[in-house]
Design a protein around this ligand. Structure first.
Ligand SMILES: [Zn+2]
Length: 133
């Protein structure tokens, strides 16, 4: 039985919708950040996915820096009491660092699937030339 074909998916599109990078319909997550074992529509096994700390890196570069800069600006401009930071800066930093994680993880998993990325291997042609098997 031939494997069904799937329309090409946009990595950003499936990341925004948290959907399977192959079919674009099945759920990618089982919870907020935990990947599902496989797609519930096309059955794609998500065991290939290993974004490691990639999502955290992108969150630091895009959200954590501006959120922290806001806290620094608030402190230097108004020198408010500590409770003001507790009710403004702290929630802003927590929300800015938590919400984008799901998108970035979905995006990296989708890019990994679409570009067939996997762990690098060293090619040694001289070793296979010596080994007759
Ligand atoms: Zn799928």
């Amino acid at each position: 039985m031939p494997e069904p074909s799937y329309a090409a998916q946009s990595a950003i599109g499936v990341a925004v919708r948290s959907r399977c990078p192959r079919c674009g319909r099945g759920r990618l997550f089982n919870g907020f950040l935990k990947l599902a074992p496989r797609c519930d529509v096309c059955g794609l096994d998500y065991s290939f996915a290993d974004p490691a700390d990639g999502p955290a890196f992108f969150v630091m570069m895009t959200a954590a820096v501006p959120a922290t800069a806001f806290g620094i600006w608030l402190e230097l401009t108004y020198n408010p009491p500590l409770w003001v930071h507790a009710v403004t800066t702290l929630p802003i930093v927590v929300i800015a660092c938590t919400l984008p994680l799901r998108f970035f993880k979905g995006w990296l998993v989708a890019e990994q699937f679409i570009r067939k990325a996997e762990e690098g291997r060293i090619s040694r042609p001289e070793a296979s030339a010596r080994d007759p098997t």
